[in-house]
Design a protein around this ligand. Structure first.
Ligand code: ADP
Ligand code: MG
Ligand code: ZN
Length: 519
């Protein structure tokens, strides 16, 4: 007897369909799995056999050959257990041969007792099944909510082998898993942080509002305890709500990394990732012998926060350059080349000097000027080049600290951010839709290249004069000049002004702390 059933495997964040070909012959009891399986797939033999027996069925006294096709692709992990089981049940007649499994995909790991255990990446696997045209997918019960996010395929959450068999032979049905779209919307509002928690710091909050509106990377500079970490953590709450598509992309990455809490369906909030400076380059950018996304991909559509920036080795911060430019990262390993999305806003924080108190109003700095220079020179120049906004975070005055009125809530700030983004977006859309447009479509001001700057950044006379003066006085590089214009553009957008005016440029100059103060 010969039967095919289907499963799916993971390559990067994308799934691919695997055909599980099962063949049985009336000979010795031999059980083989071929088709480039790794050790954990080979071990499926033991798991499947024991799970079948412990679910009250007899394991067939036959020669069994399982081939996982295509044989050219490496099969890793324990996703295939359930499909191998279905193949065996089908080829041995335990599931009657008139029951058609050709439009079903099976995914799941088996425990020896016959329970179906959760796997990573269920969302990616389910998307692959749907795209390949399958009608039904059987996944571990713990992954059902996640898989059900995919429209256009029936998702069944399976708790144990018995339940699956009864369903397939039509004796007792597993209910289809449903996804509630309305829940997605309400989840977004549920952040435990809010800008209203932060007292004072009006200037810093304004700078973060601008950063959020233009998608600009930010560096916060200030003594310890002034609220840098506190402010950074609240940045996701003023970014526009995740769209459904963004939520799916982000969830795929968290799903294959095994970071989705059991039973959850979607990542509904923008991620905030805060890797420590001792972390390896692999955990930051991704890779490894079984390739996994790194922190920069886990931060996709959200924030990557590097606290104590000068502590990060240059080699680590330099590895951020390409992803910051491209919005994705490609890692090459023996298992293949994998591309992971990594479009994030970079937020860095640092003390102004080694002791932390340079420029502090009351606390004396014990560093020598040369030490301060050295401390700052530890920051990677190319990284700094990609940070549009640098802002000082001073210590909060007693007056502000002792106030008991909550500050403006994130929701209000987010509304202004969303409005500014729409204002910018309509400009970019209109230009890209012009016949023979040579302007590449972008979504945020931080993505503006030379062509965008030339086309979209008209300054009035006073603004031009001020910009020229700043260029001289701050001895800006060409890149520094572009950053100043980009930030001015965003400030004008928050002001709903097509023309960039003097006050917009004047404010943007304030966010060049390092140019002004130290070098
Ligand atoms: N502006 C502020 N409003 C309210 N609390 C603050 C403020 N700044 C600092 N704090 C308090 O001080 C603590 C330390 O702040 P933190 O963000 O860790 O400072 P930093 O990262 O600059 O060292 C915070 O957890 C918070 O309780
Ligand atoms: Mg901190
Ligand atoms: Zn100091």
């Amino acid at each position: 007897m010969f039967k095919s059933v289907y499963s799916a495997g993971l390559a990067g964040i994308d799934g691919f369909i695997v055909t599980v070909e099962s063949n049985s012959t009336q000979r010795l009891q031999n059980f083989e799995i071929v088709g480039l399986p790794d050790a954990s797939v080979k071990e499926a033999k033991q798991r499947v056999r024991t799970a079948i027996e412990n679910s009250g069925f007899l394991f067939p006294e036959l020669d069994l050959m399982i081939n996982l096709a295509p044989a050219s692709r490496k099969k890793e992990g324990s996703y295939y257990d359930l499909a191998i089981l279905a193949g065996i049940l089908s080829v041995t007649g335990m599931i009657p041969s008139d029951i058609d499994l050709s439009d079903c995909v099976f995914i799941g790991e088996l425990s020896l007792s016959g329970e179906v255990r959760a796997v990573n990446g269920a969302l990616c696997l389910c998307l692959a099944a749907k795209e390949a045209g399958f009608k039904h997918i059987f996944v571990p019960y713990a992954n059902a909510a996640e898989a059900a996010v995919v429209d256009g395929i029936n998702v069944y959450g399976v708790k144990e082998v018995r339940e699956l068999v009864l369903h397939l032979i039509g004796r007792q049905f597993i209910e289809k898993q449903k996804f509630d779209h309305s829940k997605f919307k309400s989840e977004f509002a549920k952040s435990s942080f809010d800008f209203s928690d932060v007292k004072g710091q009006a200037q810093v909050k304004r700078a973060l509002e601008i950063a959020a509106a233009g998608g600009h990377n930010v560096l916060l500079i200030g003594p310890p305890g002034t609220g840098k970490s506190m402010l950074a953590k609240r940045l996701p709450t003023i970014l526009p709500e995740l769209t459904f598509e963004e939520a799916i992309e982000t969830t795929k990455i968290h799903s294959i990394s095994g970071l989705l809490p059991t039973g959850s369906s979607l990542v509904c909030q923008r991620p905030f990732r805060s890797p420590h400076h001792t972390m390896s380059a692999t955990s930051l950018v991704g890779g490894g012998s079984m390739p996994m996304p790194g922190e920069i991909s886990l931060a996709h559509n959200g924030i990557l926060f590097l606290d104590e920036l000068p502590e990060f080795p240059k080699q680590i911060t330099d590895s951020l350059r390409q992803p910051l430019e491209d919005g994705h990262v490609t890692v090459t390993r023996t298992a293949g080349r994998f591309t992971y999305p990594s479009s994030f806003m970079l937020v860095c924080a640092m003390n102004p000097c080694k002791c932390g108190y340079y420029g502090h109003p009351t606390h004396e700095c014990t560093c020598k000027p040369a030490d301060i220079k050295r401390y700052l020179s530890q920051i990677s120049g190319p990284l700094l080049d990609r940070i549009d906004i640098q802002i000082e975070v001073p210590s909060v005055s007693f007056e502000d600290m002792s106030k008991n009125v909550p500050s403006e809530p994130s929701e209000n700030i987010r509304a202004r951010v969303a409005k500014a983004r729409e204002f910018a977006l309509s400009r970019y859309k209109a230009a890209s839709e012009e016949p023979e447009s040579e302007i590449p479509m972008i979504y945020k001001n931080s993505e503006m290249g030379q062509r965008h700057i030339r086309r979209f950044c008209q300054l009035d006379d006073a603004a031009s004069k001020l910009l020229a003066a700043a260029y001289e006085r701050l001895s800006l590089s060409a890149r520094g000049y572009d950053r100043l214009i980009r930030v001015s553009r965003t400030i004008a957008d928050l002001d709903a002004s097509e023309i960039i005016k003097e006050n917009h440029v004047a404010e943007a100059i304030r966010y060049r702390t390092l140019d002004k103060k130290y070098w």
